[in-house]
Design a protein around this ligand. Structure first.
Ligand code: ADP
Ligand code: ASP
Ligand code: MG
Length: 460
């Protein structure tokens, strides 16, 4: 058994879906489970609909719903008009029902002018519900006996809507119960990424980009031999290829390296994805739907050592620094705990932390609760905020063994003002914070410094 996850661009239109279908059809002997994202841009559109509705602007939301209807129906028509007209009408009816339901939710939100996280998740769930219906029917039209399943029946989560955490034992039992009989009878389950439900049956989502995570959760639950993440790049690269044009593909990388990279901004993989895979030692592959011949990136527990000190450079924009200074910190214990309790209370996670005798600096990538956090922290010390920063992170197992990397790194970017520096306890990352406007240039300079020569056994 394998899990094959197709991201938004891999299902963005009929041509892309047909590509994905061919890829699945070529792997039937490995008993695939297919997991799909919403068509590219659809989750953003749904969240916009939700926001407009909350502002009582149903009239502005309604044309966006119409566009979604048009896009999905057109795709269905392009995918299904030839083989059996009947199947098109069936699928179209299913899509219409979903869209009518979506419209109903948008209307209720607009009437009340209130959007709870719970309702927002229900609205966001339609993207994957619509795309999975298209993919399942396209597979059927290609002669693959695919069966559309509802992930909400087996991805069981807590009720932290918009970033719900899965309950693994419950999910594992239910996923096996739902999926194994289908696989054993030679059919291909097609499931939605990103969505789940609480034990009470309320629809939840597991965070933006969460379909990768869904694939890993399902893979771990059914004991898959491999998890395949099909996306729009050849694999995990030495830097985001949109920023560094000559970024190289990494052939093999460790679970630890991959998770640090995704955590610090390499969007190609959701940061939690590798967790369920590590626990069961299931290899994760990243493949390109548009270039399926390419061997991609393989993520494993212990890859061969590379001659290069680092494997990749990630960065994340939109970071806020919070500084707390207090002489009370001098020789006092419990100070850090008091500070972290504030972030805990406001459900805000902290990425990078540095401390000195009298101050603590922390970075947040979600500043939604900033005002409340600031208020609470000002009881502890003097608080200052710096916005529009970026985190840059270089990652590689070899950082552990190679002296002088920091010197080389900061020499390569010596004209840049660095706000914070931190080396993770895992010793495989070196992370620093700079002005957001300088991030791209810094990543490019570092790429030149560290990858102008690359070990060809590890980098393609
Ligand atoms: P999907 O919709 O398939 O989940 P995403 O857009 O979430 O795809 O992730 C793929 C994108 O991640 C690529 O198009 C690329 O621009 C970006 N990316 C950022 N950093 C990296 C990296 N180090 N290697 C590969 N891709 C990266
Ligand atoms: N559709 C969701 C998103 O855009 C999940 C995903 O694509 O992974 O965030
Ligand atoms: Mg993604």
């Amino acid at each position: 058994m394998i899990v094959m996850k197709f991201g938004g661009t891999s299902v963005q239109d009929a041509a892309a879906i047909n590509q994905a279908v061919e890829i699945v059809a070529g792997k039937l002997d490995r008993s695939p489970v297919v997991v799909v994202s919403a068509m590219a841009g659809v989750t953003d559109a749904l969240l916009l609909i939700a926001r407009l509705a909350r502002e009582h602007r149903f009239d502005d939301a309604s044309p966006i719903i119409d566009q979604l209807r048009e896009r999905h129906l057109t795709t269905a028509r392009e995918l299904l008009n030839k083989p059996a007209e009947h199947s098109f009408y069936q699928v179209a009816q299913g899509l219409q029902e979903n869209l009518t339901e979506l419209e109903g939710f948008a209307r209720s939100v607009a009437t009340l002018g209130e959007l709870t996280p719970r309702t927002q998740d229900t609205i966001a769930s339609f993207g994957e519900r619509l795309s999975s219906a298209l993919v399942a029917s396209a597979l059927q039209a290609r002669g693959v006996s695919a069966e559309l399943v509802d992930s909400r029946e087996f991805i069981i989560t807590n009720d932290r809507f918009t970033s719900a955490a899965p309950n693994f034992p419950e999910t594992e039992a239910r996923a096996r119960y739902s999926l194994l009989p289908i696989i054993e009878s030679g059919r291909v389950p097609v499931a939605q990424g990103f969505i789940g439900s609480t034990t009470e049956g309320a629809t939840t989502t597991i965070g933006r980009g969460g379909s990768d995570y869904s694939a890993a959760i399902i893979g771990a639950a059914i004991g898959a031999e491999a998890i395949e993440i099909w996306t729009d790049v050849d694999g995990l690269m030495t830097a985001d290829p949109r920023v560094v044009r000559d970024a190289r593909r990494i052939r093999v990388i460790s679970f630890a390296e991959a998770s640090e990279l995704s955590y610090f901004g390499a969007k190609v993989l959701h940061p939690s994805t590798v967790l369920p895979a590590v626990e069961r030692a299931i290899p994760v592959h990243i493949f390109n739907t548009r270039n399926p011949e390419c061997e991609g990136t393989l993520i494993v527990a212990t890859p061969k050592r590379s001659l290069n000190v680092i494997k990749s450079i990630a960065f994340k924009r939109g970071v806020t620094i919070v500084n707390v200074a207090s002489t009370r910190m001098l020789l006092a214990y419990g100070f850090l705990r008091t500070i972290f309790e504030v972030f805990d209370r406001h459900q805000t996670s902290v990425d990078v932390v540095t401390t000195s005798e009298v101050s603590v600096s922390l970075t947040l990538d979600n500043a939604d609760q900033l005002e409340a956090i600031k208020r609470d922290l000002s009881g502890i010390g003097a608080v200052s905020i710096e916005r529009d920063k970026a985190i840059v992170c270089v990652v590689g197992d070899n950082l552990k063994f190679t002296p002088g990397v920091a010197a080389r790194l900061f020499k390569a970017i010596e004209s840049t003002n660095v706000n914070m520096i931190s080396q993770g306890a895992s010793e495989i990352n070196l992370t620093f914070v700079i002005e957001e406007s300088e991030a791209e240039r810094v990543v490019q300079s570092l790429h030149e410094e560290f990858f102008s020569e690359a070990d060809s056994e590890v980098f393609a």
